[in-house]
Ligand binder design. Structure first.
Ligand code: HEM
Length: 393
C-alpha cells in the first residue's frame, strides 16, 4: 500500500468540467485513481475511477455497501431496494422485477409511441424547439407517473420536487441540506396520500401491484410501499430525460452519427447503448465501506464514503478499445451506464424502450437538426441533464 488518497482540484460539478468529463476521468484514472475531489457532493468521499476498482465496488456489496449511510437524498428511511444490502435485497428484487420485465414493456410501448407523436406534432412545423422542455422531460415523466399511479395532472409539481432533490438551487451546503430535507418530506406526503388511497381501492398501476406483492411470504407494510415509491419517483422521473438530452445533444453535434440514425432505424438500439456508455448520464453511484480495504494501492478505511465513477469505468482504455470514439458498431458493449452487480438498474428495459421509441419517432419526423447557433451546452452536475437544448431544423 502507498499513501492516503490525495486531494484534487477537480469537483466534477463545475459547468466547464461537465462539457468534457471524459478527459477528467482519464486524468483521474492515470494519475490519481483514488482521490478526494473538492465538489459540494463529493467532499468527504473517496472517488474511484478505474474500471477494475469500480467493478469491485459494484460486485462486493458486503464490503461496499449502498445502505442509507452512503448517501441521503431527502429520505429518512432506506430507499428500497437501492439502500438494502444482500441478502434482503434479492427478496425485494424478486417482488419488483416482474413489473419491469421485457414482456411488460411490449404492453407499454404503444402508449409511449402515441405520446411522443403528440409531443413531436406540437413542434415539428416550427423549425426549432427546446428538446429538453418539449420532448425529453414530458415524455418519460408522463409515462412514469401514469405507470406508477400518481395523478398525471400534478406532473409539473412532481418534476419540481425531484429537481429539489437532484438539483437543489441552494448555494451553501447547509441550505442545500435543508432544502433537500424539506423536499423529501413533501415527496413522502404525496406518496403516503396515494398509497393510502390505493390500499382502500386498487387500480391498474404499479403502486397497486406493489401493495399486493409479498416479500418472504409477507405483505409489505405501508412504509415499505412508500419507500419503494420514493426511489421510483426519483429514478423514474429523471434518468430517462437526462439520457435523452445527452443522446440528442451528441447527435445534434455529430452530423455523421445523426445521419446514420436517421437513415437506418435498426441502428438505434446500438446507438443508445454506445451513447449510454460514452455519455454516462448517471455517472456516479455512492457506496460506504464496511471494513478497511485498499484500491489501486491506496488504503481505504472502514466507514469511508465512496464515489464510484461509472462514467470513468465506461471510458477506461484498460478495458475498452478506442473508448473516446463513439462507435455504433462496437461488437461487445458491456457498459456500466445502468450500474452493475446486485443493484443494477431495475428500470433498464423501460428506459431502453422509451429511448428507442423516442429516437425512432423523432428521427422519422425531424431527421436533420442541429444545435441553435451560438448555443453553449451546460450539463448539470450529478445526473447529466441539458436544460437548454435549443435545436433548429
Ligand atoms: C436511461 C435511464 C436510466 C439510467 C441511466 C439508470 C441508471 C441506474 C444506475 C446507474 C443504477 C445503479 C445504482 C447504484 O448501483 O447505486 C440504477 C438503479 C436503479 N434504477 Fe435506474 N436508471 C435509468 C432508468 C430507470 C427507470 C426508468 C427506473 C424506474 C423506476 C429505474 C429504477 C431503478 C431502481 C429501482 C434502481 C435500484 C435497483 C436496486 O437497488 O436493486 N431506473 N439505475
Amino acid at each position: 500500500m502507498t499513501d492516503a488518497a490525495p486531494d484534487s482540484h477537480y469537483t466534477l460539478e463545475r459547468p466547464e468540467e461537465a462539457v468534457d468529463p471524459q478527459s477528467i476521468y482519464r486524468d483521474l484514472r492515470d494519475n490519481t485513481p483514488v482521490v478526494q475531489l473538492s465538489g459540494r457532493s463529493t467532499t468527504g468521499t473517496l472517488t474511484i475511477s478505474r474500471h477494475e476498482d469500480v467493478m469491485r465496488a459494484l460486485r462486493t456489496p458486503e464490503l461496499f455497501s449502498s445502505d442509507s449511510s452512503a448517501v441521503q437524498i431527502g429520505n429518512t428511511r432506506p430507499l428500497v431496494p437501492l439502500q438494502v444490502d444482500p441478502p434482503h435485497h434479492s427478496k425485494h428484487r424478486k417482488a419488483l422485477d416482474p413489473l419491469f420485465a421485457p414482456k411488460q414493456m411490449v404492453k407499454y410501448e404503444p402508449r409511449v409511441r402515441e405520446l411522443i407523436r403528440e409531443l413531436i406534432d406540437d413542434v415539428a412545423d416550427n423549425g426549432h424547439c427546446n428538446f429538453h422542455n418539449d420532448i425529453a422531460e414530458p415524455l418519460p415523466s408522463t409515462i412514469f407517473v401514469e405507470l406508477l399511479g400518481l395523478p398525471v395532472s400534478r406532473v409539473n409539481e412532481f418534476l419540481a420536487l425531484k429537481d429539489g432533490i437532484i438539483r437543489p438551487p441552494a448555494r451553501s451546503l447547509e441550505e442545500r441540506y435543508e432544502m433537500v430535507k424539506a423536499t423529501g418530506q413533501k415527496i413522502y406526503a404525496v406518496l403516503e396520500e396515494v398509497v393510502e388511497a390505493r390500499m382502500e381501492e386498487r387500480q391498474d398501476d404499479f403502486l397497486s401491484t406493489i401493495i399486493d406483492a409479498k416479500v418472504d411470504g409477507q405483505p409489505l407494510s405501508r412504509d415499505d410501499v412508500v419507500d419503494i415509491g420514493y426511489l421510483f419517483f426519483l429514478a423514474g422521473l429523471d434518468t430517462v430525460s437526462a439520457s435523452l438530452d445527452c443522446i440528442v445533444a451528441y447527435l445534434a453535434q455529430n452530423p455523421d452519427h445523426r445521419q446514420r440514425v436517421a437513415d437506418d432505424p435498426a441502428i438505434i438500439p446500438h446507438a443508445i447503448e454506445e451513447l449510454l456508455r460514452y455519455e454516462s448520464p448517471v455517472p456516479i453511484v455512492p457506496r460506504i465501506t464496511t471494513a478497511d480495504t485498499e484500491m489501486s494501492g491506496c488504503p481505504i478505511a472502514e466507514g469511508s464514503r465512496i464515489t464510484v465513477l461509472l462514467g470513468s469505468a465506461n471510458t477506461d482504455e484498460r478495458v475498452w478499445d478506442n473508448p473516446d470514439q463513439v462507435d455504433f458498431d462496437r461488437e461487445s458493449n458491456k457498459h456500466l451506464g445502468f450500474g452493475g452487480g446486485v443493484h443494477r438498474c431495475l428500470g433498464s428495459h423501460l428506459a431502453r424502450m422509451e429511448l428507442r421509441v423516442a429516437l425512432e419517432e423523432w428521427h422519422a419526423r425531424v431527421p436533420d437538426y442541429r444545435l441553435a447557433d451560438g448555443l453553449e451546452l451546460r450539463y448539470s452536475p450529478g445526473i447529466r441533464q441539458v436544460d437548454n437544448l435549443e435545436l433548429v431544423w
